[in-house]
Design a protein around this ligand. Structure first.
Ligand SMILES: CC(C)(COP(=O)(O)OP(=O)(O)OC[C@H]1O[C@@H](n2cnc3c(N)ncnc32)[C@H](O)[C@@H]1OP(=O)(O)O)[C@@H](O)C(=O)NCCC(=O)NCCS
Length: 158
């Protein structure tokens, strides 16, 4: 099940973030600030009562392009469709918010994530050398938000 997350979900999101990203991860204080602020929306995916993954989508005032800040599914829960379901959820929310597209950056070496994004309809926009602190290149992807996305439910039972 996927639901909107709030401040009380900080611990779960922080654990998923730390387990999923050895580098370039959000510090706990930044997650707390984003969960309390109005600009970034978080969704938490659970399975068998356990926090399994999350997605964070940032909406900038006046901008019609939302930015997927983070997407992560914990090791033991990967490969069962949670990543795709979280992407469907954020696309639905972006559509309802009137956005025309969702953008994201991903490490060039992150083949599982790139495959998932490409399968979900994201198209490569640009390549950014030395984008990450360890010098790795980022690929920027964009997915247009369709009318169909806008009708998706924010809480899809899995
Ligand atoms: C990328 C990630 C979110 C995918 O989550 P997931 O729940 O495993 O994704 P799904 O089960 O919905 O898989 C959908 C597709 O993703 C791709 N995929 C998922 N895991 C993969 C793997 N280990 N190797 C290659 N492709 C993979 C496949 O295309 C898969 O489709 P398939 O089932 O037809 O093979 C997850 O691997 C993850 O959290 N990784 C660590 C954090 C990360 O890199 N996040 C993205 C940062 S930009």
């Amino acid at each position: 099940m996927i639901r909107l997350a709030g401040r009380d979900d900080l611990d779960s999101i922080d654990v998923i973030e730390r387990e999923s990203f050895p580098l370039d991860r959000f510090a706990r204080r930044n997650l707390r600030r984003m969960l309390a602020g109005g600009r970034t929306r978080f969704w938490l995916a659970s399975r068998d009562g356990q926090a399994a993954g999350y997605a964070a989508l940032c909406f900038r005032k006046g901008a019609r392009i939302a930015r997927l800040y983070s997407l992560a599914v914990r090791d033991g829960f990967q490969g069962s469709g949670l990543g795709s379901a979280l992407i469907d959820t954020v696309l639905g929310a972006a559509g309802k918010a009137g956005c025309r597209a969702v953008r994201l950056e991903v490490r060039e070496s992150n083949l599982p994530a790139r495959k998932l994004y490409e399968r979900s309809g994201f198209r490569l926009l640009s390549r950014h050398c030395s984008y990450y602190e360890d010098g790795e290149t980022a690929l920027r992807y964009e997915r247009s938000v369709t009318a169909q996305d806008a009708y998706r439910q924010e809480t899809d039972p899995l």
